[in-house]
Design a protein around this ligand. Structure first.
Ligand SMILES: [Cu+2]
Length: 331
């Protein structure tokens, strides 16, 4: 009996895993976790299905063409060109446009006024994040956003230098950050999770190292987190961390960085008050751990070409250790 050659099971499994891996994950528009991302993914399915049908039609025509009788040619050609080449694309693309425009107002509808808003400023190559709770004082952090599940939050986007683009594929569409303008991107997570966002507009040598983390969590956990972020920095108690804090001021880190509760009030660099509570440092480049802090301080520009922080590569090892110890306890 004839048997169709079959791909060995392991190959098929590997292929399926590869396909699935491309669809899921923390940075996938095909694995939506936000209201906007859901409608965008829905639109993608709809358009892909329509274009697959069209493609099948074109292939059927191409297969049929060699069999058409020569006498028919003129008439058939005219009908094909006018119908398939003019009328159909005009109607088809108008349909796609209509469906897209129909969905747009829901995607861009801002959250009602008087709610918590988030203000994100893109700078080469990091993100300043400011929470403005209604009636409360603003809370500034960097390179990480948390959002409450099931609540719509207005994310206001601006830039301090060049054009950047804020994109968290799993949660919402892409929106540019344009100098001199504030763009609004409403985001509404539909399930908890940790997602990855990225700058989606080339903005200089370290553009590819301008990522960020977005954590969607239940509203109660979110409120707790925000209250913790609003607090002043922890006062160091371990001897190494105390020496680290002294080095922080001695080497001028305070001129660029803020550590709330101390006299470090610099505003041109990420707020470090709770830097060790974040998933990453340097905009998604390194984990927020003591060895990574040390590595970052001693080899800044090797890790991130062009970064607007001087490298402190000639600091003695023990000073680097102390600085890392100080930063690692800023939870
Ligand atoms: Cu960029």
């Amino acid at each position: 009996m004839f048997r169709r050659p079959r791909l060995p099971l392991c190959y098929r499994a590997a292929l399926a895993a590869l396909l699935a891996a491309g669809c899921a994950g923390p940075q996938s528009a095909l694995d939506p976790a936000g209201r906007e991302a859901h409608s965008i993914a829905g639109l993608l399915v709809w358009i892909s299905a329509a274009f697959t049908l069209i493609w099948l039609g074109v292939v059927a025509l191409a297969l049929h063409a060699p069999r058409a009788k020569p006498t028919d040619e003129r008439r058939v050609e005219r009908r094909l060109v006018l119908g398939g080449g003019v009328a159909f694309p005009v109607l088809g693309l108008t349909g796609v446009l209509a469906v897209g425009l129909y969905g747009l107002p829901a995607i861009l509808a801002p959250a009602p006024a008087g709610r918590l808003s988030v203000h994100v400023t893109g700078s080469q190559w990091w993100w300043r994040v400011e929470y403005r709770p209604p009636g409360g004082a603003p809370v500034v952090l960097a390179n990480e956003l948390r959002l409450p599940v099931g609540r719509r939050v207005n994310v206001h986007l601006q830039s301090s230098d060049v054009v950047h683009s804020f994109w968290v594929p799993a949660l919402a569409g892409k929106m540019d950050l344009i100098p001199g303008r504030i763009n609004l991107l409403p985001v509404e997570p539909t399930r908890p999770g940790t997602f990855r966002g990225t700058c989606a507009e080339f903005c200089g040598p370290s553009h590819a190292r301008m990522g960020f983390v977005v954590v969607a969590e239940e509203p109660a956990a979110f409120e707790q987190w925000l209250a913790a972020q609003a607090k002043a920095a922890r006062v160091p108690s371990q001897p190494a961390a105390v020496r680290g804090q002294q080095a922080f001021f001695a080497h001028g880190c305070n001129t660029c960085h803020t550590v709330r509760g101390t006299t470090a009030l610099g505003t041109t660099a990420p707020d470090l008050t709770h830097v060790a509570s974040r998933h990453t440092i340097a905009a998604g480049t390194l984990p927020a751990t003591a060895p990574a802090f040390r590595e970052w301080i001693s080899s800044t520009r090797r890790i991130k070409p062009g970064a607007h922080m001087p490298a402190f590569s000639d600091l003695p090892g023990e000073t680097l250790d102390a600085l890392a110890a100080y930063l690692a306890q800023l939870e």
